[in-house]
Design a protein around this ligand. Structure first.
Ligand SMILES: *[C@@H]1O[C@H](CO)[C@@H](O)[C@H](O)[C@H]1NC(C)=O
Ligand SMILES: *[C@@H]1O[C@H](CO)[C@@H](O)[C@H](O)[C@H]1NC(C)=O
Ligand SMILES: *[C@@H]1O[C@H](CO)[C@@H](O)[C@H](O)[C@H]1NC(C)=O
Ligand SMILES: *[C@@H]1O[C@H](CO)[C@@H](O)[C@H](O)[C@H]1NC(C)=O
Ligand SMILES: *[C@@H]1O[C@H](CO)[C@@H](O)[C@H](O)[C@H]1NC(C)=O
Ligand SMILES: *[C@@H]1O[C@H](CO)[C@@H](O)[C@H](O)[C@H]1NC(C)=O
Ligand SMILES: *[C@@H]1O[C@H](CO)[C@@H](O)[C@H](O)[C@H]1NC(C)=O
Ligand SMILES: *[C@@H]1O[C@H](CO)[C@@H](O)[C@H](O)[C@H]1NC(C)=O
Ligand SMILES: *[C@@H]1O[C@H](CO)[C@@H](O)[C@H](O)[C@H]1NC(C)=O
Ligand SMILES: *[C@@H]1O[C@H](CO)[C@@H](O)[C@H](O)[C@H]1NC(C)=O
Ligand SMILES: *[C@@H]1O[C@H](CO)[C@@H](O)[C@H](O)[C@H]1NC(C)=O
Ligand SMILES: *[C@@H]1O[C@H](CO)[C@@H](O)[C@H](O)[C@H]1NC(C)=O
Ligand SMILES: [Cu+2]
Length: 572
């Protein structure tokens, strides 16, 4: 379904030819797909082109991407191109009712955008209901001049590793039931690697090939693993038994090469890591993804792990008869291992790449966490006095508009869709990590945005609260990368934290796992006019309000202003 057509290269010099841009075109048929996992009866899932995960979009930096989405599913759907800036194509970002009204069942819509100014691994996913559990796939952006443009030795081979979560039921119904009952979502039935749960589950029947991902390798080569957490609610530890990693990028931003035997990747994040196949070929090795559970108290999670198998070419027959070597995984609650990995990464300084801005125009202190809210009328299963599970940022629990998207309301100056009063600080200051026992955890629903001037440098301190439960929330910002200046546990204290800011080579991300019961400081340049949601990338928390949006004003020129919406933009 993918087509590459090269623009005419009419320049005289070869160097200009290497700056050619291609159009990469895909057709995504979104529809029912019947699949059986864990020896359960077949489940009807929503998937793209009858594949789980869906197709990979391979491009070179600067290429144009055209994706025709045909919605043959029974659900409203939109597709988000996670981590792509969408500068100049802001209307193509995808989140339902933030950027656009959904593509209705039986309808089609074509997304067009350029993969400009970034390289590495990103991904695409549905941004409606919880459909992204099964509607997702990788986006690989190679340097303009191909693999020789990597700022690390060219690997011999590349593999995509997509971590996921699987439910033996329809996830649309699952999400709706959690919302209507106002209770936490049921945990997944399995974790997966490239759609497959692996060997650790109670599933004796079935076809082994269908349930375990296998990576066949040759000895003494370097493999680049492009690891994506497409899971819904679970950060993961990832290891390959008897092999170490050198991390070279995260969220499509190059990092200083970082050696580690364990990778931590939260939903929304990606990690590019090299592994060298220098282990004895006479064994097979498990690659393992296990949950990292930071919530205290924890509503419950699946205490299992996903496995794949690394098998060497030319291995003796005996290798296949022995159980693969298992990796020793961190404990599910090992927050120090998670924090070490997540805070140790630094950016690779490259000429021409943005560096952290030193002067701040807009400072915010934002609490993020759980709480309760008054029952809403559609939440029929709770009585009028009861409260339901909710989440908030600065005590504002975000609700999506229903009549038109935030971006359309912004563009057309329609009032009443959102308000410009998202607060710069929480209404109450308290010990966020040990709130007083009589602290009111109730929040109110609203659609508040923070308006910032074009090109403003915005700094946000994200502080997790322990109301209801403390937890590491993976905070994702659309339309921009941010620099992560510092992270820590406890309450943020500017007297000690500011000294620790990395203003030299902070890691650049689009999704940050804020330490549980802790804080993180991010900084970004609001150089992309439009409406950009910043939200928790757990689907258990986004619909209950762990979100806000930045309204970035137009710049002074046509290039720095929001363009016209596409003529065929979906309407509500
Ligand atoms: C797709 O699956 C849903 C849910 O299982 C079902 O209601 C619907 O009829 C199916 N549609 C088609 C076209 O098979
Ligand atoms: C996208 O790339 C094409 C081809 O290089 C170019 O003509 C177009 O102006 C670009 N669009 C934006 C919004 O940058
Ligand atoms: C497998 O079944 C046993 C016994 O019913 C149960 O204790 C265990 O948790 C199951 N394991 C998984 C991974 O579901
Ligand atoms: C891989 O390299 C090791 C160490 O240099 C060597 O002993 C081994 O024979 C090599 N294996 C293959 C298949 O080339
Ligand atoms: C992985 O790295 C650790 C620490 O540097 C080292 O002790 C170990 O031998 C390495 N393992 C492999 C398989 O290279
Ligand atoms: C890596 O993390 C550990 C534990 O958090 C810390 O002690 C160490 O200084 C960090 N190293 C770097 C290079 O940041
Ligand atoms: C709801 O609140 C009212 C007034 O506070 C009270 O009289 C009533 O008993 C409550 N109902 C329930 C089910 O708690
Ligand atoms: C929205 O308001 C701005 C400033 O008041 C104006 O420049 C712009 O033309 C208006 N846009 C629309 C679509 O009415
Ligand atoms: C949040 O706002 C509600 C009112 O909507 C108030 O009752 C509550 O005390 C506030 N909580 C915090 C932690 O600010
Ligand atoms: C945006 O900020 C950068 C860096 O401060 C500056 O070079 C550039 O001119 C600014 N652009 C506009 C349109 O203000
Ligand atoms: C900490 O914040 C206070 C209040 O905003 C400010 O007066 C002080 O200068 C800040 N300290 C540092 C080290 O930035
Ligand atoms: C689907 O989208 C349309 C248009 O926005 C809306 O009217 C309808 O209620 C949505 N359906 C569902 C099930 O959310
Ligand atoms: Cu996202």
């Amino acid at each position: 379904m993918a087509r590459r057509s090269w623009f005419l290269c009419f320049a005289l010099a070869l160097v200009a030819c290497s700056a050619r841009a291609a159009v990469v075109e895909h057709t995504f048929n979104v529809g029912n797909f019947s699949i059986s996992q864990l020896c359960q009866p077949a489940t009807t899932i929503t998937a793209v082109n009858r594949r789980l995960p869906g197709p990979t979009i391979h491009v070179h930096e600067g290429d144009t991407v055209v994706v025709h989405v045909n919605n043959n599913s029974p659900y409203n759907i939109t597709v988000h191109w996670h981590g792509l800036f969408q500068r100049g194509t802001q209307w193509a970002d995808g989140p339902e009712m933030v950027t656009q009204c959904p593509i209705r069942p039986g309808h089609s819509y074509t997304y067009r955008y350029n993969a400009s100014g970034q390289e590495g691994t990103l991904w695409w996913h549905a941004h409606s209901s919880m459909l992204r559990a099964t509607v997702h796939g990788a986006i690989v952006i190679k340097p303009r001049n191909g693999e020789q443009g990597y700022p690390f030795p060219k690997p011999d081979k590349e593999e995509i590793i997509i971590l996921g979560e699987w439910w033996n039921r329809n996830v649309f119904d699952l999400a709706r039931d959690a919302f209507l009952s106002g209770t936490p979502m049921d945990p997944a039935d399995a974790y997966t690697i490239n759609g497959k749960p692996g060997d650790m589950y109670n599933c004796s029947g079935g076809n082994h090939k269908r349930r375990t991902y296998k990576l066949k390798v040759q000895s003494n080569l370097t493999y680049l693993l492009r690891i994506i957490n497409a899971g819904v609610n679970t950060p993961m530890f990832f290891k390959v038994a008897a092999h170490n990693f050198t991390v070279v990028a995260a969220d499509a931003s190059y990092t200083t090469p970082y050696k580690t035997n364990v990778i931590v990747v939260a939903p929304g994040q990606t990690v590019d890591a090299l592994i060298v196949t220098d282990a004895t070929p006479s064994r097979r090795y498990y690659m393992v993804a296990s949950p990292y559970e930071s919530a205290v108290p924890n509503p419950g999670f699946r205490r299992t792990m996903a496995t794949g198998i690394v098998e060497y070419a030319g291995a003796p027959r005996t290798a296949a008869r022995r159980r693969p070597l298992m990796a020793r995984m961190p404990a599910f609650t090992d927050k120090s291992t998670a924090h070490r990995f997540l805070s140790n990464l630094t950016a690779l300084i490259l000429p021409g790449r943005p560096t952290v801005p030193l002067a701040v125009d807009t400072s915010m202190f934002v609490t993020i966490g759980l709480g309760t809210a008054a029952c809403r009328k559609e939440q029929t299963s709770c009585d009028p006095n009861q409260t339901v599970f909710a989440a908030s940022m600065n005590n504002a629990s975000f609700v999506l508009p229903t009549s038109m998207s935030l971006l359309e309301a912004h563009y057309m100056n329609v009032s009443g869709v959102y308000t410009r009063d998202f607060p710069d600080e929480p209404p109450l200051a308290f010990d966020y990590t040990k709130p007083p026992s009589d602290m009111d955890d109730i929040t109110t629903k609203s659609t508040k945005v923070k308006t910032v001037a074009y090109n403003a440098t915005v700094e946000v301190v994200l502080q997790n609260t322990a109301l209801v439960a403390l937890e590491s929330h993976p905070m994702h910002l659309h339309g921009h990368n941010f620099f992560v200046l510092a992270q820590g546990f406890g309450n943020y204290d500017n007297n000690t934290a500011v000294k620790r800011y990395n203003l030299v080579n902070p890691q650049e991300r689009n999704t940050l796992a804020v330490p549980p019961g802790g804080w993180a400081v991010i900084r970004f340049v609001a150089n992309n006019p439009g409406m950009w949601i910043m939200h928790c990338h757990f689907d258990a928390h986004l619909p209950i309000g762990l979100a806000m949006a930045f309204e970035v004003q137009n710049g002074p020129t046509a290039e720095t202003a929001l363009p016209l919406p596409p003529a065929d933009f979906p309407q509500c």
